[in-house]
Structures are given as C-alpha cells and as structure tokens.
Design a protein around this ligand. Structure first.
Ligand SMILES: [Mg+2]
Length: 361
C-alpha cells in the first residue's frame, strides 16, 4: 500500500441463518440458529473487508441487512480510515441514536473496515494494532441443560483440554443451581474454572439470595444476575457477594461501560464487539478497563475477539463458541485447550462461500 489510502467503493450484505448443531438453552429462552448478516466492504484498491453481525432473532435479519446497505451512500468515496468513518457515522446518527439496529449496522461497517485496512497493509489485525499474537485461555459453553446434561458437557470440554466452562443457570430453585455447579465440578475436575450465567433472569433481591448460596462454590464469576442496565442493582449484588460479578455483553457503546464502571456494577467486564461499537469501540473499552485494572473478556465473535484480546492490556478469558464456524473459511483454532491466534492477514473473518450459499436467508 502506498501513501494514498484506498477509498470505500461499495458495501455488499448477505443474510444467513446458520443452524446450531444443538440448540443453546438459556434462562431467557433457547437459541437454535444464528441469524447473521455478513458484510463485505469493497475498496477501489481491490481489497475487501468482512464482518459478521448477529441479530439474535430472524425478525431483525432483513431490517439489519437493509440498514447496513443503506449506509453505502454515506461513506462511498471516503478513505479507508475506520476511526474517521466511525466518528462521521456517530455524528450522522446522533439524533436517531446509535443503539439497537443502528449500533449493529455501524459495528458491521467498522469491523469490515478494520479487516480491509489490515488486508490493505497485508497484516494480521493484531500486528496492525501494534500487538503480537498469543495463545488465549478459552472457556466452553454449557446450556440450561440440567444436572446430567451440564455434567456431560463439562466432561466433554475437559476432554478437549479446556480449563474453563460456563453454564447457564437460573433454575426454579437455588438448590438446583448449586447441584448443577457441583455436578460440573465433579465431572470436569478441580482444575476447571467454572462460571455461571443468569442471563438477567433474577431481581436484585433474588440475586442476593442466590449469591449467598453460591458464594461457597468457588465460582470464577456469576454473569448478569439481574437486568443488564440496572447498574445500581448489579452494584448492590457485586458489593455483597464474595463471587466476582461479570457483565458487559449488553453494553451499547463505551458510555454504557463507563456508567457501569462508575456504578461499580461489575468486577469484570466482557464487552460484545458488536454492541460496544466494533473494533473502534473495543479499543476504547480496553482503554477504560486498563485504566482501572479491570479484567476484560469478550462475548461471542471468537475470531475477532481473540485478536482484540491480544491487544487488550487486561485480557482475561476468551469466550469460545463454534456456532458460526460453518460459514468461516478459517475458524479459530483450539489446540491443547488454548485458542491459537494465527498470523493470517486481516481479522480472521473470511467466508466459506459454499456454506454461505447453503444457509442464505
Ligand atoms: Mg452471557
């Protein structure tokens, strides 16, 4: 790449519905497929960048794809400069707001632009950001699958060499929650870090009650015990519980994260690269976390997040998920229980075109 920066030429989007090998159950409902919008940003230099956004429900798939497509005239002809574009689009959408579908569309563009920029420089994203690739500790997911189901999956992760697992809990009684934790520990062994996730299903008072019972169980963290945006409620729980509280996947942008940190709502943080504002948002989030020495993990997006965690001073765990592997040319590699970030050019997102065609929505 010479001194003249490539400019943005076109945006192409495709919607896919990728079935999961097994439905993932949570205390707030089951997820059986991933509705995804795949974005390609093309530049006049012939380089393209790619990104994935996850719409959770198929009802939001088409509107999100359309919204991303509608951004093309706003940035066509602009320099391939993600920070500049992010600032411009944030200003453009200030009146409407940059959460929800708008936030997802902006993140789709941002992640694709960073990917394109890395490719234009023929660099892995980690190197473009000034870091080096390093192995990360991934943890595996366990659904809301009861005592035998959770134990079985815990054992399977342990067999793959994983040193962390996270289960969905929030059963009708706390005794059942405790039984699931103990069954996982028995199945996976004492060396396994065990996290649990309530997916916002409790009131703060219920959360306090349940944490009292869980505090003796040696959990690595308890995630989103109450509503994600009830920072005061979370702060109350975090203040009284001995177990660390983990939040972040539902923070829209770094200001949400700053508010949560100000309220002392969470001991750890785990931003979602889409909701926090793409790679640009993640970098700001990593700076906030590092200023206070708060350990930072990710939510989903294992390929991009692994690269970003390599550039995050307080990097903690990598949330691993293989849900989107079918549509990726090169899914994140796990070896001996560690996530291996290779030195492939870009952010790790490139398509398996046959699968993309097969799952087209
Ligand atoms: Mg969660």
């Amino acid at each position: 790449m010479g001194h003249s920066s490539p400019t943005i030429d076109a945006i192409h989007v495709r919607a896919v519905r990728v079935p999961m090998s097994e439905p993932h159950r949570t205390a707030s409902g089951a997820v059986a497929e991933s509705p995804l919008v795949l974005t390609d940003v093309h530049t006049d230099a012939g380089v393209s960048g790619h990104s994935i956004v996850f719409t959770y429900t198929p009802a939001a798939l088409k509107p999100t794809a359309e919204l991303i497509r509608n951004l093309e005239p706003l940035i066509k002809g602009d320099a391939l400069a993600p920070l500049e574009v992010a600032q411009k689009l944030a200003a453009r959408f200030r009146l409407l707001g940059t959460q929800g579908l708008v936030g997802m569309a902006l993140a789709a563009i941002d992640m694709a632009l960073w990917d394109a920029l890395a490719r234009a420089h023929r660099l892995p994203l980690v190197r473009l950001l000034g870091g080096t690739e390093k192995p990360l500790r991934p943890y595996g997911a366990i659904g809301y699958d009861g005592v035998p189901g959770s134990a079985k999956t815990a054992e399977a992760w342990a067999r793959r060499g994983f040193t962390g697992i996270k289960a969905k809990i929030g059963y009708p009684t706390v005794q059942e929650d405790v039984a699931v934790v103990r069954a996982m520990r028995q199945a996976a062994g004492d060396g396994m870090a065990i996290m649990v996730d309530y997916n916002q299903s409790l009131s703060p008072v219920e959360a306090l009650e349940r944490l009292r019972a869980l505090d003796g169980e040696g959990l690595a963290w308890v995630e989103e015990p109450t509503l994600a945006h009830d920072y005061a409620g979370h702060a109350r729980v975090a203040g009284e519980a001995a177990t660390p509280i983990q939040c972040g996947e539902n923070w829209w942008g770094v200001l949400d994260m700053q508010h949560a940190i100000d309220a002392q709502a969470s001991d750890y943080v785990m931003p979602d690269v889409m909701k926090i504002g793409g790679v640009t948002g993640w970098l700001k989030a990593a700076a906030l976390a590092s200023a206070k020495g708060i350990l930072m993990s990710n939510h989903l997006w294992p390929e991009v997040s692994a690269r970003l965690l390599c550039c995050t001073p307080t990097a903690h765990w990598l949330e691993y998920a293989d849900w989107w592997n079918p549509i990726l040319a090169e899914p994140l590699l796990i070896e001996n229980g560690l996530a291996v970030v290779n030195d492939t050019v870009g952010s790790g997102v490139a398509w398996n075109e046959d699968a993309v065609a097969r799952f087209a929505a």
